[in-house]
Design a protein around this ligand. Structure first.
Ligand SMILES: [Zn+2]
Ligand SMILES: [Zn+2]
Length: 276
């Protein structure tokens, strides 16, 4: 085994990652404490702050960050087509309303897949207790609203626009891009624009939790089954949309290719004619 090769990779990776994290820490010096407090708001058990719950929320943050990063990366690999082709459609038509709705459906699928697996495995007595459904919902809300509102409507910075130009850079969240060295350039995100999204997400979850606790067990069970069937239905729907979009692009590509082939053939004929 060539250990020197791996040592070299780590030696190249570490200074880039460290310098990005350091710059991000300086830029977000005042936003980070606000996010820490927001995470603490999710860490209350029966009205009391629980340090264990806080660690669990941090763990959920790491899981959601890695899951969304790798899923997004995978969705841009040709091997995943046509299952995830809608992502390509979004990147080519980012201002179009159909693409915004589609991308929102894909993001619902992406995050609710974790909750779906958790509920499904519970049926087989496997308890993924460490996954916090409410936190996953918060992460999804912040992720999607940042994408569809902050980046796509308000254009708060050019971080996400660069991803639309080069799919394998700035995949987001930025911490994952820093860690896996997939940043497009030196632009470091000022995360102040995350604050309203996080606070609105926390308020929505607060009221949803209150409402959920008041429901009786049967209604909660029906909601869970409704969620499973709804998620499965959405997955089938998005699969059909992806196949349709992939087929449309493929047809166009083949048509263009055929046209260029016919043009080339005509040109060759002309050249032969002139020579004769
Ligand atoms: Zn986008
Ligand atoms: Zn993408």
């Amino acid at each position: 085994m060539n250990f020197n090769k791996y040592i070299k990779i780590i030696q190249n990776w570490y200074p880039i990652m460290y310098s990005n994290v350091f710059k991000s820490f300086n830029i977000n010096l005042y936003s980070i404490p606000i996010f820490i407090i927001c995470l603490m708001c999710m860490s209350f058990n029966n009205g009391e702050f629980s340090f264990f719950k806080y660690c669990l929320i941090i763990f959920n943050l790491i899981i959601c960050t890695c899951f969304s990063y790798f899923y997004h990366y995978f969705s841009h690999m040709e091997i995943s087509y046509p299952l995830t082709y809608g992502y390509m459609y979004h990147h080519k038509n980012s201002q179009n309303i159909v693409s915004i709705i589609l991308e929102t459906i894909y993001e619902i699928q992406l995050f609710f897949l974790l909750i779906f697996l958790k509920i499904l495995l519970q049926e087989y007595n496997i308890d993924l207790w460490f996954l916090d459904n409410w936190y996953i919902f918060l992460f999804y809300f912040v992720y999607t609203s940042l994408h569809q509102i902050n980046y796509s409507i308000f254009h708060v910075n050019t971080i996400h626009e660069k991803h639309h130009k080069n799919y394998f850079t700035n995949l987001g969240p930025e911490t994952a891009d820093m860690f896996f060295c997939t940043k497009a350039d030196d632009e470091i995100e000022d995360m102040r624009h995350f604050i309203p999204n996080v606070i609105i997400g926390l308020i929505i979850i607060y009221f949803l939790k209150k409402y959920w606790i008041k429901l009786d067990d049967n209604v909660q069970l029906n909601c869970k089954y409704g969620f499973i069937y709804g998620f499965a239905g959405l997955t089938i729907l998005s699969l059909f949309i992806n196949i349709f979009l992939c087929n449309e692009d493929l047809q166009e590509y083949l048509k263009n290719d055929l046209n260029s082939f016919c043009n080339k053939r005509e040109n060759i004929k002309e050249i032969i004619k002139k020579k004769n």
